[in-house]
Design a binder for this molecule. Structure first.
Ligand code: ADP
Length: 797
């Protein structure tokens, strides 16, 4: 025996037949088209002799040429699906060796086509039965004897043929590894069934002798009986691939099984169908496996279609085997156009790109790869994952990350900006994480991040990762409480506070950042110790000045009181001096000589002068002490000015000074105390007269004028505006640096002891106080060498 090809290459139908060829005693050859000998058994070699040669093609024509000549025509028909039997053919077997003469044989040969699952003829089985004729009578003595012999031979041939056929079938069936059974008659009664077939019905339950319906009652209603009937009645074979059959096995539990069923009619010599040969291949496992694979594939497909990532798979030669919806979208290509096509010929623009190299690298290395690249196909940044696939190809997930990269780079940019800001600002900056006890009381904090200014501002080096209490154990409790509050409430705080442990004073802005659960606080702070020290110094100086002022005021008050008392006490003896000198002069105490009279007159002048001074001091001290009361009424301006002028007229005349009054409406009046107004005007006119001298360049004179300011919002204005009374002179004027000082008490511009003017420097101080006391104001403008203008502003009546 000899095998032509590797059994694994054979279709299942031929593989099953090889077992038969090897097992049977009948000379048998298995052929595949058109004339290749797959296998022959020892019985055949015994009959036909060893093959003449062993050519590579194993062609029957070369192996046993004589047999080819005998069988060629019928073999041809077998390939067309026809079985044939040639009965009792004479055959001259070629010599098996040199010494043996050719011998005549009578052969019954049967060709059976072997079909694969799809029903096409995959092979031919040739069985040979040698018919040995009974010895021929030496002489044909009678016709009867000859006829008898003829019929004897025919019967023997028939029997031989029949037994050959049956044997062939029996062996075929029993030796098949697939479940095969022969059912005969219209009621399909089991005549033969192999072990594999019996397994279908459960262990140890023989079916021989039963009808199909008796053996498998559960098949009723499943259309199987009808198939058997059909084949039996029409003689047309039937193939049902993956026919689903519900069987009740030994334990009577129904089970759905899938069979590749082949029903083959079996005919007798006359060609009449006598039975049905059934081949029932249980393919349930394959079907289930395939269904599982299909459902897995459907699942995978569903997933691949619904994921947000684009996905495709290519085989080992980069042909698309899968493209999901998202990939279609991104590429703008329909998957039907891509499937089966070559990646690089469909997307030539991608050749040489990073993806191109990565795809080839994966094919070489067979390990997953992940990368980001800008797609040359759609010009957008992609995130790509490649995985090796079992079929030698690869699968690829990719997604458009334009938005992500844009927001990432925006984030990076703004991060860089803020980073630079925090690195470069002079303010200290840190992020801290608050630590709380069980009752949510802040107990400490850890530095998460600090900027360079932090070290300058605190003197704490390498603070990150450390706790404040370990860096500065005596840090005040209020810091922890304040930051704890910010961390818990999220309300930002601005405050300044000392940090004694760091010997500084900080201006702080603290705000919560990140998730509230993180309990992180960002702190922006500035060491304000120097400013703080300066402001404390300022406060100290201010309070010193304040104290000095209070002391000075107290002293001033004491002085005023002293002056008031003094003046009063001085006035009494002065009045006595005046009174007694007048009495002496009147001669009450005796005659007065001319010399004495002159002395008395000098005493009286001095007494009057002294009295004027004392009265001035007394006035001022009264005004200063707030002891002056004002009797305010409407005072006519023209009258008040005329009255004052009459009092200074003698002095004006004596000095040869001109005087003009510009005039005013007679009814024009101011709100004032008549006496006090007189005192002010008199003081201004007296001063003007005192400090003005006849001069060569222009006439020396005093002008009094008056102006009504109805708008009256300036100093001295009443509800109806104000009246400005001006006293102008052409006198010596007042230097700019002295101009405000002249309103201070006891200030005189000319401080020489031998000054030519009388006075104590109280007139203007008193006048301004009086003007202000009536709701008015007294101001001055002056040009040294040209003259001065004093302006009294009073509320208009
Ligand atoms: P007294 O006239 O008693 O010195 P005042 O208070 O009236 O005191 O004046 C203070 C000073 O203001 C005067 O000593 C003088 O120096 C200056 N003064 C006042 N009026 C005039 C004026 N019309 N022209 C120049 N200087 C004046």
């Amino acid at each position: 025996m000899s095998q032509a090809t590797d059994a694994d290459d054979l279709p299942p139908a031929l593989r099953a037949a090889t077992t038969l060829v090897l097992a049977t005693d009948l000379p048998t050859i298995l052929l595949r088209g058109p004339s290749t000998v797959v296998l022959h058994n020892d019985a055949f070699t015994k009959l036909a002799g060893p093959p003449q040669s062993l050519p590579p093609g194993r062609d029957l024509r070369d192996l046993w040429p004589a047999w080819w000549t005998l069988l060629a025509a019928r073999l041809e028909r077998t390939w067309n699906g026809e079985s044939s039997t040639a009965i009792d053919e004479p055959f001259f077997s070629p010599p098996k060796g040199a010494s043996v003469a050719p011998r005549a044989l009578f052969l019954t040969t049967t060709f059976s086509p072997l079909r694969d699952e799809s029903g096409t003829v995959a092979g031919a089985l040739l069985t040979v039965h040698e018919v040995r004729p009974s010895p021929r009578p030496l002489s044909p003595e009678s016709e009867q004897a000859r006829l008898l012999d003829e019929s004897e031979r025919a019967r023997a041939r028939m029997l031989a043929e029949l037994s050959a056929e049956r044997e062939r079938l029996r062996i075929l069936i029993l030796s098949m590894p697939a479940p095969v059974a022969l059912l005969v008659g219209p009621e399909h009664r089991y005549e033969l069934a192999n072990d594999a077939y019996l397994q279908l019905r459960g262990a140890n339950r023989d079916v021989i002798g039963l009808t199909l319906a008796e053996a498998f009652p559960e098949l009723a209603g499943q259309g199987i009986f009808e198939r058997f009937d059909g084949v039996y009645q029409t003689g047309v074979p039937w193939t049902g691939l993956e026919t689903i059959v519900r069987l009740e096995r030994g334990d009577a539990v129904a089970e759905d099984l899938w069979f590749d069923l082949r029903l083959e009619p079996v005919r007798d010599i006359g060609g009449r169908v006598t039975g049905v040969l059934v081949l029932a291949l249980d393919v349930s496992n394959q079907v289930r496996a395939r269904q599982a694979a299909e459902s897995a594939r459907t699942q995978v497909t569903t997933i691949l279609e619904s994921i947000g990532d684009a996905f495709y798979a290519v085989d080992s030669s980069f042909r698309f085997t899968y493209v999901n919806r998202k990939a279609e979208e991104l590429w703008g290509r329909r998957r039907d156009d891509l499937l089966g096509k070559h990646y690089w010929s469909e997307f030539p623009a991608a050749m040489g790109s990073e993806s191109y190299h990565m795809h080839h690298r994966l094919m070489a290395e067979r390990r997953p790869l992940h990368y980001e690249t800008v797609s040359p196909l759609i010009g957008r940044p992609l995130d790509v994952s490649l995985f090796p696939a079992e079929d030698g190809g690869l699968s690829c997930y990719f997604r458009d990350i334009s938005e992500r990269t844009e927001s990432e780079s925006a984030l990076r940019r703004s991060e860089a900006r803020y980073r630079t800001l925090f690195e470069s600002i002079d303010e200290g900056f840190c992020v801290i994480e608050l630590l709380f006890d069980d009752q949510d009381r802040p107990i400490d904090y850890v530095f998460i991040e600090t900027n360079p200014a932090f070290v300058r501002q605190t003197g704490l080096e390498n603070a990150v990762g450390k706790r404040m209490r370990e860096l500065a154990p005596s840090h005040e409790e209020h810091w922890f409480e304040t930051y704890g509050r910010v961390a818990l409430t999220g309300a930002p705080l601005r405050f300044d506070a000392p940090a004694e442990a760091l010997h500084r004073w900080y201006d702080v802005f603290a705000f919560r950042i990140g998730d509230p659960e993180e309990r992180r606080v960002a702190v922006l702070f500035n060491d304000v110790s120097p400013a703080r020290t300066a402001s404390r110094e300022r406060e100290r100086l201010l309070s010193v000045a304040e104290q000095a002022r209070a002391e000075a005021e107290a002293a001033n008050r004491a002085k005023s009181e002293f002056l008031a008392i003094m003046s009063h006490e001085l006035r009494t003896p002065l009045n006595a001096i005046g009174g007694y000198s007048e009495l002496l002069e009147s001669g009450i105490y005796g005659a007065v000589t001319e010399v004495q009279r002159g002395a008395l007159a000098r005493i009286q002048r001095s007494q009057r002068h002294l009295l004027t001074l004392i009265n001035g001091v007394l006035d001022f001290s009264r005004v200063e002490a707030g002891a002056v009361s004002y009797d305010v009424s409407n005072v006519h301006v023209a009258e008040a000015v005329a009255e004052a002028e009459s009092l200074v007229a003698p002095e004006l005349r004596a000095k040869g000074l001109g005087y003009t009054w510009a005039g005013a409406a007679p009814e024009l009046a101011v709100r004032a105390d008549h006496e006090k107004l007189q005192q002010i005007l008199l003081n201004l006119l007296a001063n003007a007269a005192k400090f003005t001298y006849p001069r060569d360049d222009l006439p020396a004179r005093i002008e009094v004028s008056c102006e009504v300011d109805d708008a009256g919002v300036g100093p001295g204005a009443g509800p109806r505006g104000r009246v400005l009374i001006r006293v102008r002179d052409t006198g010596e004027g007042i230097a700019a640096d002295q101009i405000e000082r002249i309103f201070e008490p006891f200030v005189q511009v000319d401080q020489r002891l031998t000054r030519p003017h009388a006075g104590v420097g109280l007139g203007l101080a008193i006048s301004r106080d009086l003007a202000r006391g009536m709701g008015g104001e007294l101001t001055v403008e002056s040009t040294p060498g040209e003259g001065s203008v004093f302006t009294l502003a009073l509320p208009k009546a």
